[in-house]
Design a protein around this ligand. Structure first.
Ligand code: BF8
Ligand code: SF4
Length: 625
């Protein structure tokens, strides 16, 4: 298969071709070789007990049931339930670690990090009903910490961030009994209810699927975003470079890849230490070049303008440059295949989290109370590898500048002006039709489809039709590489959207950060409802979401929390539920009739855009605008 059939990213294409010449097999080629199971791809099999695994014929799904009697609807619902539980657990685990770091700062066991945005701290505390008047930052922070802890540990009641949910949306959740209590409770209950012989009514399972997903978006993910902003700074627009051309042949190149910002922030402190800069120079390097990939990369790019080398499908390819002296990782979306590729190109692959070791990688534990022990050792290894580079270096010269860092606070400020930030001007522009609607385009890359192609063509079509696009994660990186995160991209937008972009001086595609930062989209959507004129609930908004090249269980959790919050959410690639079954109909149709959003699926970018725009137009006509 020609490399150009597997990716539209020129840098990744070049490195895939080089890898083939070098006799190294990358993820994109492994995908060509893998033939996914035709029953599993429809989620028509169950291995929840050892009487099975049981398989259902996707062409005749109601002919047979599992040995226990489970129907196709139960089997598929339970499978999705466990996917969502895993995705929600991942984000909540991340959020809980961020909270732990915040607590360490307050209790002074952590001294290398501090509170960067006290204004956001005060605002958030006030929003959650914590008294801030005449109180020290430390006292407020302590109460905030105790309050947010409930996000994870509550066993009854409602999660703290329910205070942010628009009233009509929350009312629906209360009526249906799906308000999340605590994340650990929801994930545990989801796992227990999907044990053999437990919850076997797909409509009833659906409620806990929603609740477990909401415990992600309005729970752990939101805690992660908000506290990361408070500790490391709330993003505002900043220019950053993206793609493999950010690597520098004459520098020690260190890539950080993963999801939690703490280790990356620690690395940033390390590379600025004059001792290590000198050590690098002593080995003949011009300096140390710190670069991000995937989601922690997206966060560091949004907050500090740190260059970004590429998204999920490029993490192995980047090592083929031979220029990466160390790749340091923490958690999530870190392919085990990296270990083999790193070995072939003599790159140090270093794991740092006690939740994610990889066979063949070097483990150097990161401890937030003593970050430098880990980050210094990484730098020593990277500098020494630079001094003895044995590989020919080939760095693709692809690099693109873009504007990153649109936090929801900044969007509010940008639209509302200096004195009083507000979403009313955005709503006004939607009501007067200059902006047709808002789309969130997010999520992974998946080698089942040509890398970045669906992301880019979908967004191109959306903005051409005056739909403002908000982005996070690997999708944001795809569009950054393609040059859409620039004010000049307004030329590609329809007349209404481009007029707004030119007036405000913003790109038609706004980058909001990492995958946990999808919560910025939830907050923006809530603010749009509260600003008035666009209905009473999130489900009323002329908005839609999409993960065009999704692959992870986290993506399913995110998709489900958007659907349960009221957003029509279209997935590309495929969907793990069998079309024509009752459970599929509930997801793709019934939920909307109950007042929620719903799922959609299409593979072609223009077809996805049509589904999203049709939905936006339907909402506009329901609003009478
Ligand atoms: O959390 S977009 S491939 S890197 S899962 Fe993973 Fe998907 Fe990328 Fe980040 Ni999100
Ligand atoms: Fe088969 Fe039921 Fe066991 Fe699943 S739980 S493997 S459907 S017997």
């Amino acid at each position: 298969v020609p490399a150009s059939d597997l990716t539209t990213c020129e840098a990744t294409r070049q490195m895939l071709e080089k890898a083939r010449k070098d006799g190294v097999v990358l993820n994109l080629d492994r995908a060509v070789d893998m033939k996914p199971c035709p029953i599993g791809v429809e989620s028509a099999c169950c291995k929840h007990c050892f009487m099975g695994p049981c398989r259902i014929n996707p062409r005749d799904p109601y002919k047979k049931v599992g040995i226990c009697g489970a129907t196709i609807d139960t089997i598929t619902a339970r499978n999705l339930a466990r996917n969502v539980a895993t995705g929600s657990a991942s984000h909540n685990d991340h959020g809980q670690h961020i909270l732990h770091l915040f607590k360490g700062i307050i209790e002074k066991s952590v001294t290398d990090f501090s509170i960067a945005d006290t204004r956001k701290l005060q605002n958030l505390a006030t929003e959650l009903g914590i008294d801030t008047e005449d109180r020290s930052v430390e006292d407020v922070a302590k109460d905030l910490c105790d309050e947010l802890e409930k996000t994870f540990s509550n066993v009854d009641g409602e999660m703290p961030f329910m205070k942010r949910v628009p009233a009509a949306t929350l009312e629906l959740w209360r009526k249906d009994g799906i308000v999340p209590r605590g994340a650990m409770k929801e994930v545990m209950e989801m796992m227990s209810r999907t044990h053999i012989g437990c919850d076997q009514d797909y409509n009833h399972l659906m409620k806990q699927i929603s609740r477990t997903a909401l415990a992600d978006g309005w729970g752990g993910s939101m805690v992660a975003t908000e506290l990361s902003d408070i500790m490391f700074g709330t993003p505002s627009p900043i220019v950053a470079e993206v793609n493999m051309g950010v690597l520098k042949e004459d520098h020690v190149n260190v890539i950080v890849h993963g999801h939690e910002p703490a280790m990356f922030e620690g690395m940033l402190a390390g590379v600025n230490d004059p001792f290590f800069i000198q050590a690098a120079k002593d080995k003949g390097a011009a300096g140390i070049n710190l670069v991000g990939m995937c989601c922690s990369g997206a966060e560091m790019m949004s907050r500090h303008g740190i260059p970004h080398a590429g998204n999920f499908s490029s993490t192995e390819a980047v090592l083929v440059t031979g220029a990466v002296d160390a790749m340091v990782v923490d958690i999530q979306c870190i392919k085990q295949g990296l270990a083999q590729v790193a070995k072939c190109y003599d790159t140090h692959l270093i794991t740092t989290s006690d939740r994610a070791h990889i066979e063949g990688a070097t483990h150097i534990q990161f401890d937030e109370t003593d970050p430098r022990t880990c980050t210094d050792e990484v730098l020593i290894k990277a500098i020494s590898r630079f001094g003895s580079r044995s590989q020919p270096i080939q760095i693709p010269n692809q690099v693109q500048k873009g504007i990153q860092g649109f936090s929801h606070e900044y969007i509010e400020y940008m639209l509302g002006g200096t004195f009083r930030g507000s979403y009313s001007p955005l709503n006004d522009n939607i009501i007067n039709g200059r902006i047709r609607g808002v789309a969130g385009v997010v999520g992974c890359t998946n080698p089942k489809v040509k890398q970045d192609y669906v992301h880019v063509e979908l967004v191109r079509e959306l903005i051409k039709n005056d739909v403002l696009v908000l982005q996070t994660g690997c999708s944001q990186i795809a569009l950054s590489k393609a040059g859409f995160l620039t004010p000049e991209a307004a030329a590609l937008a329809g007349p209404g959207l481009s007029e707004v972009c030119e007036t405000v001086g913003m790109p038609p595609v706004l980058g909001l950060g990492s995958c946990v930062d999808n919560t910025r989209i939830l907050i923006a959507a809530s603010a749009m409802v509260k600003a008035g004129g666009l209905g009473n609930s999130i489900a009323d908004l002329p908005a839609a979401g999409c993960a065009p090249e999704w692959m992870s269980e986290k993506a399913l959790a995110i998709g489900q929390y958007f659907v349960s919050s009221g957003v029509y959410t279209v997935f590309g690639v495929g969907f793990p539920a069998l079309s024509g079954t009752r459970f599929h109909d509930l997801l793709f149709n019934g939920l909307e009739q109950q007042g929620y959003g719903k799922w959609g699926m299409a593979k072609d970018p223009i077809e996805i855009a049509r589904l999203m725009i049709d939905h936006i137009d339907k909402k506009r006509s329901q609003l009478g605008i």
